[in-house]
Design a protein. Structure first.
Ligand SMILES: [Zn+2]
Length: 228
């Protein structure tokens, strides 16, 4: 019996567990997009939420105490990105840190040679390829979940970065099944990324947040927000 087999079995059991009615009403209340999914997709999503909640660790920051409402609202949005694909549930991610609202992160950046820069940066969320953690501001988690039509969603943004890390590179491409899929992904993405950069430079507003013009990884996160 391999570890993989045990993991699969544990996950199958979690998915088959009855989904608490109070949790479901948190999702329908806080994340209206859920109601627009087909019944089959709703079942799939709730199954993923059970696995996600069992496997990921949540931690409150800045004096916040994490509640079921927070865990479930975050999990439901994060698991939307797992529908209809083979998934290992964000394997690089262990912990989700939740702040009450935007927070200031202190960062030392390496600018080259012996030059380092200390900077305080105001953030709503953050994740990194080697961090194993993902940070979210609860106020913005809730706002993003409640509004399905503004093209903004903090949870989808940060978890899109985690999908991007599935193949161990922050290059704007999640793990894909075949070489042909990577080729077509790369073709479409290069074209659209260049178009967004050009629009950004020319000051033309597009449906995509121009933050996506920063680099391919941010582009993927921004288009994920806009798609949903
Ligand atoms: Zn980002």
């Amino acid at each position: 019996m391999t570890l993989g087999f045990l993991k699969q079995r544990r996950r199958r059991n979690l998915k088959e567990k009855r989904f608490p009615a109070s949790w479901r009403s948190i999702i329908t209340r806080n994340f209206p997009m859920f109601r627009r999914l087909s019944p089959a997709d709703q079942v799939e999503l709730l199954g993923h939420v059970q696995v996600f909640l069992a496997e990921k660790h949540f931690e409150g920051c800045g004096g916040l105490e994490v509640t079921d409402e927070m865990r479930i609202t975050i999990a439901a949005q994060a698991c939307l990105l797992l529908l209809h694909r083979e998934t290992d549930y964000y394997p690089q991610l262990t912990s989700i840190l939740v702040y009450p609202s935007g927070y200031t992160a202190h960062e030392t950046r390496h600018l080259g040679a012996n030059i380092w820069q200390d900077a305080d940066e105001y953030r709503l969320g953050h994740t990194g390829r080697r961090l194993g953690s993902l940070v979210l501001a609860w106020e913005d988690v809730r706002r993003g979940a409640a509004n399905a039509s503004d093209g903004r969603n903090l949870v989808l943004h940060e978890f899109a970065h985690q999908l991007d890390f599935e193949d161990y590179a922050a290059d704007g491409a999640p793990a894909l099944a075949t070489k042909a899929e990577y080729q077509s992904w790369s073709r479409v993405m290069s074209r659209e990324f260049a178009a967004l950069r050009a629009a950004d430079e020319a000051g033309i507003a597009t449906v995509l947040d121009t933050y996506g013009a920063e680099n391919p990884a941010e582009f993927f996160a921004v288009v994920t927000e806009a798609f949903f």
